[in-house]
Design a protein around this ligand. Structure first.
Ligand SMILES: *[C@@H]1O[C@H](CO)[C@@H](O)[C@H](O)[C@H]1NC(C)=O
Ligand SMILES: *[C@@H]1O[C@H](CO)[C@@H](O)[C@H](O)[C@H]1NC(C)=O
Length: 184
């Protein structure tokens, strides 16, 4: 009798626990892996200019990694096109909007800090964003940046970006290839 009573007392507790598990699953949903492959066009000049230098450390900061263009403290705001293929005329997939800063005070270390949103404007991710941040040693063949969050389809996203320079033209144009791996 006492055992049956104890069991009866446990039932509501069990039900509450199950409801809690189900609500957690609904709130966070099943996570999926996504891989996005994008090309990013960073124009410092010309008809398609997509960046603006807002902070210039004049002649005071050390030159960055032997560059004649960049000094420690320089800052650029960008609104770069994202396309499916490497050509500018390729299908538009979104924009990379944010900034980068010459973040190393060592003349020998050409490192930027980048922070931007990848806004997707086509396909199943239309309207969703990924928040990307990290260290960009521009001379490294592959740089790894962090995906620290997202919105829309990418709410609560985590992941990383592998970024490579495909083309670089006298500091006026950079074509970057991005492989984005995300759990969301
Ligand atoms: C500017 O962008 C257009 C397409 O939006 C492209 O056809 C053109 O070649 C680009 N110009 C340069 C200098 O890359
Ligand atoms: C993306 O979403 C916007 C706003 O919801 C809509 O206007 C646009 O047509 C969509 N684009 C594509 C390619 O689906």
């Amino acid at each position: 009798m006492a055992r049956r009573l104890a069991f009866a007392a446990l039932v509501p507790l069990l039900l509450m626990f199950m409801a809690f598990v189900v609500s957690l699953a609904c709130a966070f949903g099943p996570q999926q892996s996504h891989h996005l492959h994008l090309y990013m066009h960073d124009f410092a000049a010309g008809p398609n200019v997509s960046t603006i230098r807002v902070g210039v450390a004049h002649d005071t900061g050390p030159l960055l990694g032997g560059s004649k263009l960049w000094r420690f403290g320089d800052m650029v705001v960008m609104d770069d096109a994202l396309t499916e293929g490497p050509g500018m005329g390729s299908r538009a997939l979104g924009r990379a909007q944010g900034f980068y800063i010459a973040a190393s005070s060592k003349g020998s270390d050409p490192t930027l800090h980048m922070s931007f949103d990848l806004l997707l404007t086509s396909g199943p991710y239309n309207g969703s964003t990924l928040a990307v941040t990290g260290r960009d040693n521009v001379m490294a063949p592959v740089r790894e940046l962090s995906v620290v969050g997202g919105m829309g389809r990418f709410r609560m996203a985590t992941g990383y970006v592998l970024m490579q320079t495909v083309e670089w033209w006298h500091g006026e144009y950079a074509l970057l290839e991005l492989d984005v791996y995300v759990h969301a």
